[in-house]
Design a protein around this ligand. Structure first.
Ligand code: AMP
Length: 219
């Protein structure tokens, strides 16, 4: 069996990493594992766990590392992740990166991709972003009819603004990214695992460029 293809996608919220992860998931037939989506699903389910993490998310804060460890360990142990996965939203702190290293030893991750986008672009994108509650497809106000109509063109689900996509929460998340995630990305760069790519362009072209980089690494 070929080595598992374990990809991490890094980028500020609104950098397009969710869209890229979806494209890579289709191209390589491995699951898109988004910790943000998993936590939002937990919140929507209304369980005690969901209420607890929901309050943290709405405030734009990070869920504690020990809580995330259980979420990620369980998800990556599922059979569909045996051939690989696209991890989106994890790791976000040094502690999470160290946990992931232990969890994935000895092969470790295959490649980390950072989508680079400036803060003003991110703020504009996120405050216009609307998300299907059912299939998670992302739409933009002023670009997609589904964002205005509130009905998903893919699955008919309800298209809404995420509760943490307000300007205030986004600014907190950008600060956290700079403080915690950027230094952590350097850790992957130092191990020769990082590809930095501009996220300011056509999503299809960006995805095609990333696929080429990944295939070149796989040899
Ligand atoms: P995202 O969709 O990746 O922007 O995640 C939305 C929210 O979920 C974040 O603002 C955090 O509150 C929480 N979250 C997602 N992934 C993580 C993580 N790896 N560590 C801590 N909190 C997370």
């Amino acid at each position: 069996m070929a080595a598992p293809l374990r990809i991490i996608v890094f980028g500020k919220q609104g950098s397009g990493k969710g869209t890229l992860a979806t494209r890579l998931s289709e191209r390589f037939a491995i699951p898109h594992v988004s910790t943000g989506d998993m936590l939002r699903d937990a919140k929507a389910s209304g369980t005690e766990f969901g209420k607890k993490v929901g309050a943290i998310m709405d405030a734009g804060q990070l869920v504690p590392d020990d809580v995330m460890e259980d979420v990620v360990r369980d998800r990556l142990a599922e059979p569909d992740a045996a051939a690989g996965f696209i991890l989106d939203g994890y790791p976000r702190t040094d502690g999470q990166a160290a946990f992931l290293d232990d969890l994935l030893a000895p092969e470790g991750i295959s490649v980390a991709v950072e989508l680079q986008v400036g803060d003003p672009v991110v703020l504009d994108r996120i405050t216009k972003r609307r998300t299907c509650m059912k299939c998670k497809t992302i739409y933009a106000l002023g670009r997609d009819d589904s964002a205005t109509s509130g009905t998903c063109a893919e699955c008919g689900g309800k298209v809404v603004q995420r509760e943490d996509d307000t300007e205030e929460a986004v600014k907190i998340r950008l600060e956290r990214y700079q403080e915690q995630t950027e230094p952590m990305i350097e850790y992957f760069a130092g191990r020769g695992l990082l590809e930095r790519v501009s996220g300011e362009g056509d999503p299809d072209e960006i995805a095609a460029g990333v696929v080429t980089l990944i295939e070149a690494r796989r040899g």
